[in-house]
Design a protein around this ligand. Sequence first.
Ligand code: PLP
Length: 403
Amino acid sequence: LDPGTFSNQSKAVIDFIADYYENVEKYPVQSTVEPGYLSAMLPESAPYCPETLEDILEDHCWLSWEMLCSGFNVVGFNWISSPAATELESIVLDWTGKMLKLPSSFLFSGTGGGVLHGSTCEAAVCVLAAARDKALKELGGWKNITKLVVYASDQTHFSFQKAAKLVGIPPSNFRLIETSFSTGFSLSPENLRFAIEDDIKSGLVPLFLCATIGTTPSGAVDSTAELGKVAMEFKLWLHIDAAYAGSGCICPEVRHYLDGVELANSISMNPHKWFLTNMDCCCLWIKEPKLLVDSLSTDPEILRNNASKSKAVVDYKDWQIALSRRFKALKLWVVIRQHGLTNLMYHIRSDIAMAKRFEAVVGEDERFEIVVPRKFALVCFRLKPKVEEEDLNRKLVEAIMQC
Ligand code: PLP
């Protein structure tokens, strides 16, 4: 987006918000729409081609005058407080899930569903809580919490250890399985199996496995297809953390990294990383939303309403930690419509091509080495270590940061 277009588009949005406030008294306090009204008005899948902001703003008008950005301070904790924010979120999660070719078991149009969180860490807390509560119910209650074990690799994002601690898993029950250069730093299904069997022998209960598509340190990919088989055998909840690289999987040539996703219970991806969406925005899809709701729902008198009672609506307060929530779906919806699938794929491919060129340049320079083969747009390289120069690469990082 060039600065001139950005400025013009921002002004158009501000005029739109100002117009709303000028006419605010004409609108009813509570929406009068029926559940499902929005999906009847919007396409089932994301647009392939980009659309203009004028067309998108136009849609705001005829879709609903209450469906607007954070300028309107939409709270949206349950359906009744903002049907548009709620339904647009469900629609956008289905659009994005379809772009990633997720099985229908993760989509509202199938048997699952999705929600927008602020971060992967929040999503991890929520799915861990759901997995924990399901297991504790089967085991006979909270006294068994010290038996539950979470598995990940030494490359898994540290936020999963924090999330496990937050839901009460003893830190000593978090298994960080070692990875190595020889497997491209991906989690070995055999080593996972050894760790699980050891724990079972010690009377512990395997609970949860996090597999990562595109780890933070090296862009490694854990094989969901292989790990999924182990997870199913031992009845572990399998979560896929595709925070960064998941966005890349909208391109058919990258999608194979998600093979085996049908074996997972949940998957998360951060559009705020590589999907042109501003902070904060994390998509979480889950096969059995009921488990999330069983674990996180609250039913205070002040929020009771007929729509919730009918069970025909999604109340997103029961899919997250907090009660109040922002209208995050709007920005993701605008991003998808403004770029269209075609330009989003162009953006991913252009980043990957740039990384490929950089990797080639670095690879030809004998002072450097590529540490692990590149998979996405992350190139891991270093100055070849020399015995006499300790901390050489740390000094290089510091020098780059000071540029
Ligand atoms: N998972 C991966 C693979 C990441 O790269 C990151 C952040 O860099 C995270 C999780 C944490 O994401 P968040 O900041 O949204 O909690």
